[in-house]
Design a protein around this ligand. Structure first.
Ligand code: DGY
Length: 331
């Protein structure tokens, strides 16, 4: 029985598959073009894809005996869940293990934007640093600011905890209010109130371009937008406009399109800090994600219930944009 793993994974988790007698084929390149994926998936009973691989009906039909798609991600909108359901293929993901790492990166982006860290580092490296000055590179003091979290699942809550340690006030919006010690606000009110807005919702047709031009401009002038969830939540063109005056800045770990082409206008804006979708990229986190994906895959192949099954969702896969996206209903 053969398992296809679409990228090399950190750690030793894949050894477990070999110990169980499975043949493990790992794609070693940085990219896996669709044509090659289609060829390599033939005959596989298990597939471990990353957020870069769009797993649609065509891929599933090539792998006639495919039983499980064990995503190496918490987000699953790169998988056509309806097509999987129709073919009785189980889909699993890797929640929990990446919560803290993603929350850490959200705070890293917040600090980088608010205190102009990337700009300051470039200023020093480029030889512009000639003297200390009271008005050099003034940024935002986090203490006392209001952080508005849009989506309050595990990652949103982990970001909230960190924000409290920085002396920030936390408000949130989610589909439904939760029993949490932070005020719930309707989305429009949150956007008008918060000094920082951080997105933590999955990408679904309902949340696609949630931050459109109108909503971006309804954020208070001089605020910060953070996105460590999915690029498709934000209208990128409108964001570029909003960053040219309305917003203080943006910290983006995900973009639409993803990756951004090197000549994209976002890269030319001093107040945009962009990282290449590295929210979960702590070594230990990425090793744990591999262990979780392997456990899910083995469980299905051995006839056990996997620890992290993904509920088949009724929405249309093709309407979600950009590489990678998140699971199920938005928290
Ligand atoms: C996920 O897990 O969905 C991230 O985007 C990649 O770790």
């Amino acid at each position: 029985m053969r398992v296809l793993v679409t990228r090399t994974l950190p750690g030793k988790a894949l050894d477990r598959l070999r110990e169980r007698g499975l043949e493990v084929e790992v794609h070693r390149g940085f990219f896996l073009p669709k044509e090659e994926l289609l060829k390599r998936v033939e005959g596989a009973v298990g597939l471990i894809p990353t957020v870069e691989d769009r797993i649609d009906a065509e891929v599933m039909d090539r792998a006639k005996g495919l039983k499980v798609i064990a995503c190496y991600s918490v987000g699953v909108d790169h998988v056509d869940l309806e097509a999987a359901r129709l073919r009785s293929i189980r889909v699993t993901n890797t929640p929990d293990v990446l919560t803290e790492a993603t929350a850490d990166l959200t705070l890293a982006l917040l600090l980088a934007v608010a205190r102009r860290v990337v700009e300051g580092a470039a200023y020093a490296r480029d030889g512009l640093w000639k003297a200390w000055h009271p008005e050099l590179l003034l940024g935002l003091d986090l203490q006392g600011l209001t952080l508005g979290l849009v989506g309050m699942g595990r990652i949103g809550q982990a970001v909230a905890k960190r924000a409290l340690a920085f002396g920030m006030r936390v408000v949130y919006h989610a589909r439904t209010p939760k029993p949490l010690p932070y005020p719930f606000l309707p989305l429009e009110e949150l956007l008008e109130t918060a000094d920082i807005v951080s997105l933590h919702t999955p990408l679904t047709p309902e949340t696609h371009r949630l931050m459109d031009r109108r909503r971006l401009l309804s954020m208070k002038p001089g605020t910060i937008l953070l996105n460590t969830a999915r690029g498709g939540l934000v209208d990128t063109e409108a964001l570029v406009e909003a960053l040219r005056g309305h917003l203080f800045g943006a910290g983006l770990d995900v973009t639409d399109p993803e990756p951004l082409p090197p000549d994209h206008p976002l890269y030319r804006l001093r107040n945009a800090v962009i990282t290449p979708h590295i929210g979960s990229a702590g070594r230990t986190t990425r090793e744990r994600m591999a262990e979780v994906a392997v456990e899910n895959l083995l469980a299905v192949l051995e006839g056990r219930e996997p620890p992290n099954p993904v509920a088949y969702a009724p929405w249309a896969f093709s309407s979600a944009s950009s590489a990678g996206s998140s699971a199920a209903s938005w928290a």
